[in-house]
Design a protein around this ligand. Structure first.
Ligand code: SIN
Length: 190
């Protein structure tokens, strides 16, 4: 699959005739909201775990020194919490540009905190994209993140901002918080 997913995402018409679509965000879409939205609500999806297994050649790294950012990995019965946004369908043009480094749009079901559900879209970077880096220990991921930087800033800021945003939402994510602890430790030790 091409590393730039803009064209493929444009060809995935997952909106039907809907003018408004729910978007589920689980990574930087939680804390870096540079797109217009009509409403946002905490939500979760089942069967997926958040992992720092995707490479970033554009925002938090370079092709020569990719950063590590989150994608979702299928895991039976896992629950991934995040933030859902109701957006106008036209906003996906902006989002496709932002998520172009390996992420594809998929349809998903999400559950809001009051137990109600909605269908919507999500961006996932699957293992067959060229920027995918795959599994590593939380310690190794932290070391990697400390060395990477891209056009959107330091890779460590992506992780620290995400960890902070998850806490503000009252969400627990062992993988993210373990990497955060390693990063803070290596910052402390200079
Ligand atoms: C997301 O936040 O939902 C996708 C991954 C990212 O842009 O960080």
């Amino acid at each position: 699959m091409s590393i730039n997913t803009i064209e493929e995402n444009r060809n995935r018409n997952l909106f039907g005739d809907n003018d408004e679509v729910w978007l589920f965000g689980y990574g930087s879409l939680i804390y870096l909201v540079d797109f217009p939205y009509l409403e946002s609500r905490p939500a979760s999806i089942r069967g997926w775990s958040r992992r720092f297994w995707q490479g970033s050649h554009d925002h938090r790294g370079t092709p020569a020194n990719p950063g590590r950012v989150v994608t979702l990995i299928e895991e039976y019965d896992a629950v991934c919490g995040g933030l859902a946004y109701r957006v106008e369908a036209s906003v996906f043009e902006l989002l496709d540009e932002r998520e172009k480094n390996g992420y594809l749009r998929f349809a998903t079901e999400m559950t809001f905190t009051d137990g109600s559900h909605a269908s919507g879209l999500i961006y996932i970077a699957t293992p067959d994209n060229e920027a995918y880096l795959g599994e590593a220990s939380e310690y190794e991921i932290a070391q990697h993140i400390c060395r990477a930087e891209g056009a959107s800033g330091a890779n460590s800021d992506y992780l620290l901002d995400l960890a902070r945003a998850l806490r503000e939402l009252g969400l627990e994510d062992r993988h993210v918080f373990d990497i955060e602890a390693h990063i803070l430790q290596s910052m402390d030790s200079g």
